[in-house]
Ligand binder design. Structure first.
Ligand code: UDP
Length: 257
């Protein structure tokens, strides 16, 4: 009997098919003091995502009498998450531009999914801390943060602090790109470095776009390549959404009453 060979094995350093996500795993309640939390693993990228409710809203909301609550996100890479130690931002005295861009993206993604009015006069803090980075930390953060938020809301409903979940839809995110002329789903770091096109997709359960960030890296891309990348992205997002639903159900099943 012959062993089936993967024609793209030489292209994908982890032997995946071009349309295959990295192995995905969620560990709910990873940070027990957060209202909701999960460790999300996408291959060798691992991010701790937590959602914590605080009973206050920013001053500008109070001053402008904006009803409902607020949601804000923070992202950071732990010093030992990268191959070379990455100093904490605090030791440099300022947040780096990349972290600031990523946390704003996470905030926008989650705000598309959460009904802020239904939050009441509360702020939902979404914290994403990268434990291990191998590409796609921002997309894993969004996918995990949505699960952490769903678990946080369920806990508040059980505690009688919310009447119903403010989560209108799930949001999930993945990357797509073109490596050596082949459109591929969910790039790891090695692939990301080689990609001529790199794109991040954030989508809802209705497969509507929340955000689409794509750029050629010293290259351009065609309509056809864009269509292939979007098709791969939709496939990946569907799988991520199914995994999120399973993780939320498992997390709810093990919530303390
Ligand atoms: N990376 C790193 N140090 C940094 C920034 C990035 O080692 O200061 C690596 C890390 O593996 C990360 C990857 O480069 O996941 C790709 O980074 P990018 O800025 O494209 O963001 P990401 O793909 O993680 O969302």
């Amino acid at each position: 009997m012959t062993t089936p060979t993967n024609p793209f094995a030489a292209l994908r350093n982890d032997n995946r098919q071009p349309d295959q996500l990295r192995p995905l795993a969620f560990t709910p309640h990873f940070a027990p003091h957060a209202t909701g939390s999960v460790l999300v693993a996408s291959g060798d990228t691992r991010v701790i995502c937590s959602a914590t409710i605080q009973p206050e809203v920013p001053r500008w909301m109070k001053e402008q009498r904006v009803p409902g609550g607020w949601l804000t996100a923070e992202y950071s890479m732990l010093p030992y998450s990268t191959l070379d130690r990455k100093p904490r931002d605090i030791s440099k005295g300022k947040l780096d531009g990349r972290s600031s861009e990523i946390q704003r993206l996470i905030g926008r993604a989650l705000r598309a999914a959460v009904d802020l009015r239904a939050l009441g006069q509360n702020t939902l803090w979404v914290d994403c801390d990268v434990l291990q980075a191998d590409g796609g930390t921002r997309t894993a953060s969004i996918t995990g943060a949505c699960v952490a938020s769903a678990l946080a809301f369920e806990k508040l409903i059980r505690a009688g602090q919310l009447a119903k979940s403010p989560l209108k839809t799930l949001v999930a995110a993945t990357s797509v790109g073109v490596v050596e002329g082949v459109p591929m789903l969910d790039l790891n770091y090695g692939e990301d470095k080689e990609a001529s096109v790199d794109m991040n997709l954030v989508m809802t359960e209705e497969l509507a776009f929340v955000e689409l960030q794509g750029s050629g890296e010293e290259a351009v891309f065609s309509d056809e390549e864009l269509a292939s990348m979007l098709a791969l992205g939709r496939k990946g997002i569907r799988e991520l959404l199914a995994a999120q639903r399973a993780a939320i159900a498992a997390g709810i099943a093990t919530l303390c009453a």
